[in-house]
Design a protein around this ligand. Sequence first.
Ligand code: SAH
Length: 274
Amino acid sequence: MKPKKSLGQNFLRDTDVLEKIIQSANLKSDDLVIEIGPGEGVLTEKLFKHAGKVLAIELDSALANKLKKQYKDSKKIEIINADILNINLPEILKVETRHCLVSTEEKINYKVVANIPYYITSPIIQLFLETKFPPTEMILMVQKEVAERICARVGQMSILAVSVQYYAKPELLFYVNKKSFFPVPEVDSAVIKISKINNQQIINNKEEVKHFFRIVKAGFSAKRKTLVNNLSASLKLDKKEVEEKLKKIGITPNQRAQELSVEDWKKIAMLIYE
Ligand code: SAH
């Protein structure tokens, strides 16, 4: 079978990297794990060995069917032939946890461990950070530059960094050379861990979350402009007024969006709400 570039098919061929991912996931024998894009199933096999139950979601039906055959005798694993961005995640999780003790009404304990298709990295992360039932943690292989952007600190923040760090704590665990894959992709990779996921605010106050991201997007709208210029232009606010408000929380007029922390953005969002 020829790997499909359009589906981001670059299969992991490096057993040391595989071992490191498994170690990072720190799996217990009763863990429920979701894998996105199992592909040829190298990671799937390890997850199967170390976790209590694996749900693997693969879009390519040829690959999914192969895995289904391989695991047809096991109840520990389920291969779902679907687009990860089109599944009903709460429904799948509820079915999975109906008979065991990992769930209560409010919380379902599971991990996401995956070497994902890179062309949908942001939507995948967003899906799991904003769902009603977020995972306890995610161990993800992503493109190196994207890993660095997600885990950036103040000074190098971006909309992507704020969107992840608003809900969770991302960490870059280790880098992976592109030669670890077949076919060899154009970019290097890195494994990140996203933990301490808290998205209660989406359930409690969805409007506030929407407002927060509207402000963040406005602040980042033009790269070379200052924060004050971006905010006032995009939100059609008086520049002097914005300047005054920012001053109140210790932000100087010529600061730039990438220099602000999530906490700063929360303060700005609150001030501009008033
Ligand atoms: N995890 C495997 C494969 C990584 S390649 C490994 O480490 O070797 C990415 C995989 O994601 C491919 O198998 C591809 O078919 C699958 N994929 C691509 N788009 C998808 C989508 N929207 N939903 C689910 N799986 C997808």
